[in-house]
Design a protein around this ligand. Structure first.
Ligand SMILES: Nc1ncnc2c1ncn2[C@@H]1O[C@H](COP(=O)(O)OP(=O)(O)OP(=O)(O)O)[C@@H](O)[C@H]1O
Ligand SMILES: [Mg+2]
Length: 296
């Protein structure tokens, strides 16, 4: 719940502002069909449990190629849980159990004989808090290709390419051997994006990648995401609705519904649509209440 409840007029103003933003970036550049025509990934009847706790109920979603999809909704509604299912990161969470399917180019990533490490190479992840390794800038980038046994003709070229791709090269090209810990927070997050790009993924998952960054660093990452969209499919969890409106092509709004007997709050998908529609003309009252600040 917001500690600064907005008045009806400021809420409406915020709503209009976000709606307008949704028309200025992604949507104005791309007129999209109502469902992704070429889904790179799909979640089909996805249910997630932590022990006995039913965290996410029956999520169906598809993620379009070269699109940015934003997952939004109040805290605890299961956004990170869903995101982690998309590259089997929940395998690493003790007690987590996933039911349903997640397909990648039509193949269930939870199928038998699927190697989760190979899945995570194709579907990379950038976390909320920049988490560079305690290594040099160069070695942070080279690490993934080395450990996955990627065939690399020239590591220097690959490091440069990844840093260029993450819009960091010019700032670090003269200090590649210095510790990554010497970089600013925004630079560290771009380094983490470069590290993800280095293993040549197809899809990049980002869980609130800007929440630890100042507005200037946030803006650089948002610009970077829009550039990266030409080469990758991006799925981002964000609490920042302006950010969802600025960068995403489609938005999925989740909420959490309390169980009548236990009171446990299970996450569910309320609405999934083009971002401009979600912010300007949501179908569900719960979406409208959330984006206009009346809830969450
Ligand atoms: N490792 C875990 N063990 C047990 N319960 C968990 C675990 N991770 C998440 N949960 C629970 O699952 C539900 C969904 O959590 P999740 O982190 O996916 O929500 P979220 O929408 O990402 O929230 P936030 O916006 O606060 O990051 C919450 O009730 C949370 O407490
Ligand atoms: Mg989360």
């Amino acid at each position: 719940m917001s500690s600064h409840p907005a008045t009806a007029s400021t809420r409406n103003a915020d709503h209009r502002e976000i709606s307008m933003m949704a028309g200025t970036h992604a949507e104005s550049e791309r007129e999209l069909p109502s469902v992704p025509p070429e889904p790179v990934m799909e979640a089909l009847k996805l249910n997630v449990y932590y022990g006995d706790f039913h965290a996410v109920h029956d999520v169906n979603l598809s993620f379009g190629k070269h699109e940015i999809t934003a997952l939004i909704g109040p805290s605890g509604c299961g956004k990170s849980t869903v995101l982690r299912c998309l590259n089997r990161m929940n395998d690493l969470v003790s007690g987590a159990r996933v039911e349903g399917e997640v397909t990648y180019h039509g193949q269930n990533i939870y199928g038998r004989n699927v190697d989760p490490i190979a899945v995570r190479t194709q579907i990379g992840m950038v976390f909320q808090k920049p988490n560079p390794f305690p290594k040099s800038i160069y070695d942070n980038i080279a690490y993934g290709p080395r450990v996955t046994g990627m065939k690399v003709d020239n590591m220097d070229d690959l490091v440069e390419e990844a840093l260029q791709g993450a819009a960091l090269w010019d700032e670090v090209k003269d200090k590649l051997k210095q510790s990554a810990y010497g970089l600013s927070g925004g630079q560290q997050q771009r380094l983490c994006i470069a590290r993800t790009i280095a293993t040549k993924p197809d899809v990049i998952l980002m869980d609130e990648p800007c929440s630890a960054l100042d507005p200037i660093a946030t803006s650089r990452i948002e610009d970077l995401m829009l550039q990266m969209r030409d080469d990758y499919t991006i799925i981002i969890v964000t609490h920042n609705m302006q950010q969802a409106a600025r960068v995403s092509d489609r938005t999925a709004f989740f909420t959490a519904r309390p169980d009548e007997t236990t009171g446990n709050r299970t996450g569910l998908l309320v609405e999934f649509d083009q971002t401009s529609h979600i912010f300007a003309n949501p179908t569900d009252k719960r979406t409208e209440d959330y984006i206009s600040g009346r809830f969450g």
